[in-house]
Design a protein around this ligand. Structure first.
Ligand SMILES: [Fe+2]
Ligand SMILES: [Fe+2]
Length: 196
């Protein structure tokens, strides 16, 4: 499995205040490669990696169309099933987090509650973009590919995919900073706390 935990921490601005990063201090990103594959934190990273991979594939297709490496019909044939699967995956994942995992995490670690509130807020913002992507996909599915509007519609979808990617990737990274250490510690996959 290629996990985000095996890769160096990407350079990015820190979103969380130090009080929200106390668990990551104990279980930093560099240590996540040691998480057992079947463990919940290992599975969480694998799930996020599959969301990143779905988004990457769609953005690659969008770029290929923009560079005229594929035509409109080929773009539609490849992108629509992938997009449907990717957005369905995101709906299911966020629903499970909002209704099941985040409430549990707030009760396990009340000091991280404001972080989970912020992540839930991200889901709301991301779903505004997802609604727009679904609307474009629905219109493209029934579009006459010979019509003058077809190219404009694909261009809108390609641009929307490129705009959505950075927000989604940022959300996944921010969430991992809170969730992976919390789960690793709760499931005894973290080194002992020297300060305890
Ligand atoms: Fe999330
Ligand atoms: Fe997530």
């Amino acid at each position: 499995m290629t996990s985000q935990g095996d890769k160096p921490t990407p350079a990015r601005e820190e979103r969380w205040t130090p009080d929200l990063l106390v668990l990551r201090e104990r279980m930093p990103r560099e240590a996540w490669g040691t998480l057992p594959q079947g463990s919940l934190p290992g599975t969480w990273i694998a799930m996020h990696d599959s969301l990143r991979s779905g988004q990457d594939m769609l953005e690659r297709l969008a770029t290929h169309w923009q560079l005229k490496l594929i035509d409109a019909a080929a773009f539609r044939e490849r992108a629509l099933p992938l997009l449907q699967q990717h957005l369905g995956h995101l709906h299911g994942h966020h629903r499970l987090e909002d209704t099941h995992y985040f409430p549990q995490f707030r009760s396990i670690e009340p000091q991280l509650a404001k972080g989970f509130d912020a992540l839930e807020g991200d889901h709301g913002a991301l779903h505004g973009d997802i609604d727009a992507l679904e609307d474009l996909a629905r219109r493209l599915a029934t579009q006459d590919m010979q019509s003058p509007e077809a190219n404009g519609l694909i261009q809108q979808l390609a641009q929307a995919l490129h705009r959505f990617g950075p927000s989604l990737r940022q959300h996944l990274l921010d969430e991992e900073d809170l969730v992976i250490p919390l789960l690793a510690i709760a499931q005894n996959h973290a080194p002992p706390n020297d300060a305890a």
